[in-house]
Design a protein around this ligand. Structure first.
Ligand SMILES: *[C@@H]1O[C@H](CO)[C@@H](O)[C@H](O)[C@H]1NC(C)=O
Ligand SMILES: *[C@@H]1O[C@H](CO)[C@@H](O)[C@H](O)[C@H]1NC(C)=O
Length: 349
């Protein structure tokens, strides 16, 4: 009787040991198998057991390289975050100077990061890509003063931007249509700023960005005691998105000489049920670099008649009928100089 239970004990112990070993084997096998599987899943991007063999191995390597480059790109994007809603570089109102001995070489050396008229912040992704369009005529000194102030101003606003300048027979509106169309050949800008050459912004809180509605940036200028010229004034400097400007069919092409085209644009904006917004009068301040109106740029006596037909004419007189010939596009260090033949006024009546 005493032999029996001890034998029984030994057998039971052996069984336990056997079971224990079996369990360990199973666990180890499961562990290897599942490791294998996850590795493959990462490299293949699939669990399919079919694509093995020599070719499959090469493909696995290729795909793992691709995965790596995707990871690198994701890291790069994470490193270059969107620029903050308010740029930390803004300085508010600044004293402007207009030194008659200023040269283009000086302004170029002050703006080493501008390449062919274009700038992109290096440490963050700009919130908007903005094309600044400056029509001018025989006013290279004004253009120089404006470039001198505008480049650092726009860089403090952390914008991706380019400056386009055009010199042609005086038709501000048509030149701005041309500027819009030509700038879009370069890239798909979000926002367009239509900018007189003789107005220099005084406060960098006046953001050169577009909003839900077309924006007028010149509430006041030193030459008018910083008061709005008249209710509804939409000239000087204004901002419209690519879509807003397309929606109103751009500016009219038929305004030759001085005046009227900015009122026409305001009418077009209102016809599309958009409204014009303005920054505060504390911020939207400009200095007008004094000049006499140049000869060949006489008051447009036709403007009242033209404005009366805008509600009809906007559909056919604008971006969709803007014909011109590009004579040259010169990418200077600080601006893109577009020279075009925009034709001559049709003598209607
Ligand atoms: C506006 O400022 C400019 C530049 O300082 C100056 O040349 C011009 O005379 C000023 N205009 C008026 C009306 O004060
Ligand atoms: C722009 O280019 C035209 C044609 O080459 C040239 O005559 C004009 O002086 C240039 N304008 C500026 C501001 O450099």
């Amino acid at each position: 009787m005493s032999l029996f239970p001890s034998l029984f004990k030994i057998i039971r112990k052996g069984k336990c040991l056997f079971l224990l070993l079996l369990c360990l084997c199973v666990v180890a096998w499961i562990a290897t198998f599942s490791n294998d599987d996850t590795d493959k899943a990462v490299q293949d991007g699939s669990n399919s057991p079919d694509d093995k063999g020599v070719g499959g191995f090469a493909q696995m390597e290729l795909e793992s390289e691709m995965m790596q480059s995707v990871e690198e790109r994701v890291e790069e994007q994470a490193a270059k975050e969107s620029c903050p809603e308010q740029s930390p570089l803004l300085r508010g109102a600044i004293k402007l100077s207009f030194d008659p001995s200023l040269t283009i070489g000086q302004v170029e050396s002050e703006n080493g990061e501008v390449v062919e008229g274009q700038y992109n912040p290096s440490d963050c992704t700009a919130r908007q890509s903005v094309a600044i369009l400056i029509p001018h005529r025989n006013r290279e000194k004004h253009l120089l003063y404006l470039l001198h102030h505008l480049h650092p101003f726009l860089q403090r606003q952390q914008l991706h931007y380019a400056i386009y300048a055009g010199d042609a027979t005086f038709n501000r509106a048509k030149l701005l249509n041309v500027g819009y169309l030509e700038a879009l050949n370069d890239q798909s800008w979000d926002c367009f700023i239509f900018h007189d050459v003789d107005l220099v912004p005084e406060n960098d809180h006046n953001l050169y960005m577009c909003e839900e509605q077309p924006k007028h940036l010149v509430v006041g200028r030193n030459s008018t005691g910083y008061k709005l010229r008249y209710k509804g004034y939409f000239g000087g400097v204004s901002a419209m998105t690519k879509e807003q400007f397309l929606k109103v069919n751009g500016f009219p092409n038929s305004y030759w000489g001085w005046g009227g085209e900015d009122d026409d644009l305001r009418i077009r904006v209102t016809l599309q049920k958009m409204s014009i917004i303005r920054p505060s009068s504390q911020v939207a301040r400009y200095t007008m670099v004094f000049h006499k109106r140049d000869s060949g740029n006489q008051i447009n006596k036709d403007r009242m008649r033209l404005l009366r037909r805008t509600h009809q004419a906007w559909k056919t007189d604008g971006l969709n009928s803007c014909s011109y010939k590009v004579l040259s596009v010169h990418r200077a260090p600080l601006f893109i100089n577009i020279t075009v033949d925009i034709g001559r006024p049709e003598r209607a009546h």
